[in-house]
Each structure stands twice: as C-alpha cells, then as structure tokens.
Design a binder for this molecule. Structure first.
Ligand SMILES: [Zn+2]
Length: 212
C-alpha cells in the first residue's frame, strides 16, 4: 500500500504572500533563479496530495495530485539541485529550469522529514543503475551506476560518461552499445524515453518506470 505523506486540507488556501514579485525580476536574481524562486514560492503554499510509489522515503517515485484540478503528475526525486528531478507536467517539459512547482512542493515536504538534510547532502544511492535525461538549459543523458555496481560496469561508465555522469559528446551514437554491454547482473532502469529522446529531440519525457 503506497504511503500517503500528505493529505488534503479542508481549510481554504491562504492568499499567497509573495516574497518574490511575479511581475518584476529582482535585480539580484538571474532570470532562471527568479523563475525557480517563483515556482518554489508557489509550490510551497499548495495543498497537493503526494503519494510515494517507491521504496525509499526520499529518493523515490511519487505521484502528486492537485485536488483543485484533479490532475495527477508523476515525479522522480533524486536531489535538491535543479535538473536532478523529473515531473511529467507540461511546465517542466518546456521551462528549461529543471524544476516546477510540483517538484518544489515535494522537496519542501521531504525536507521536513527526519534525516532528510543528511540524506540530501549525501545524495542518493539507488540499488539499481539508472540512465536518465537531465533537464536544464542543456538537455543531456546521464548515468548513475548502482551503489554496488561491478568493476566492469564502472570501467565502462568512465569510458562513456564524464565526472558528472554526463554522456560524453563523442559517445552519443554508442549509447545503445553501452546499454547492451553492461554486466548482466545489474538491473538498469533505462529509460525507453531516453532512447526516444536520443532519436527525436522533440520527445521530452523521462521514463521513471519499471526496470528493463
Ligand atoms: Zn511539475
């Protein structure tokens, strides 16, 4: 049974007390930081329903429903930095910020959990390797080997990916080869959608589904 970590409040939403103007960019913020701040500010004041569909209390897959619209989006939380996470909402797919109000809402909720500060600082170590699209101004394929990935996979990973886990430009055409050459004992969550994106720049979603 998925764990519901937030529930709908019957109280009326308080009017937004905005610290950052929605109409005028503060001089000390870049355009991107301003847009992120607006989503954070808005997201933190929402009453969404958040459901953890995975195993880990923080670094997991979630579904988030807006009771006001009845819409549900899928999220994957992997860290606190812009671009670490994924949301299936339309804003996330086009804003190039690497975040959205749903991600910001979820991060704000998760950061209140005991041990969250330390968990975010240490980063996630999933029991499976994961290939995913990293969202931001530049979209790129990244790979994070499982915590107990065999040496063979780690050597291969260094050949294909840089220190940040980003696919080296010269390896884009080889990426499917990388996926087929990994140690068979490692389950890789590769993303059919990552492959689709590789073949078609118009596809902007990331698979966070079942291991394949
Ligand atoms: Zn979203």
């Amino acid at each position: 049974m998925p764990l519901i970590i937030s529930s709908v409040s019957k109280k009326k939403l308080k009017p937004l007390k905005l610290k950052v103007s929605r109409t005028h960019k503060p001089d000390d913020l870049s355009l991107e930081d301003w847009q992120r701040a607006l989503r954070k500010q808005f997201g933190e004041q929402q009453k969404f329903i958040l459901r953890n569909n995975g195993e880990h209390p923080i670094f997991s897959e979630f579904s988030l429903t807006n009771p006001a619209t009845g819409k549900t989006y899928k999220l994957a939380i992997r860290g606190r930095t812009a671009g670490d996470n994924f949301c299936s909402c339309p804003d996330f797919s086009i804003n190039n910020l690497g975040t959205c109000k749903h991600i910001e809402y979820t991060l704000a909720k998760l950061e209140k959990k005991p041990g969250a500060k330390r968990a975010f600082k240490e980063g996630f170590a999933l029991p499976y390797s994961e290939a995913f699209l990293h969202y931001g101004l530049k979209r790129e394929i990244r790979f994070k080997p499982a915590a107990e990935a065999p040496a063979e996979l780690r050597i291969l990973t260094r050949k294909f990916f840089d220190a940040h886990g980003s696919l080296k430009p010269g390896r884009i055409l080889d990426f499917p080869v990388f996926l087929t050459r990994q140690g068979a004992s490692v389950i890789t969550k590769c993303a059919a959608m990552t492959m689709s994106w590789l073949l078609s720049p118009n596809i902007r979603t990331r698979n966070t589904g079942q291991a394949s």
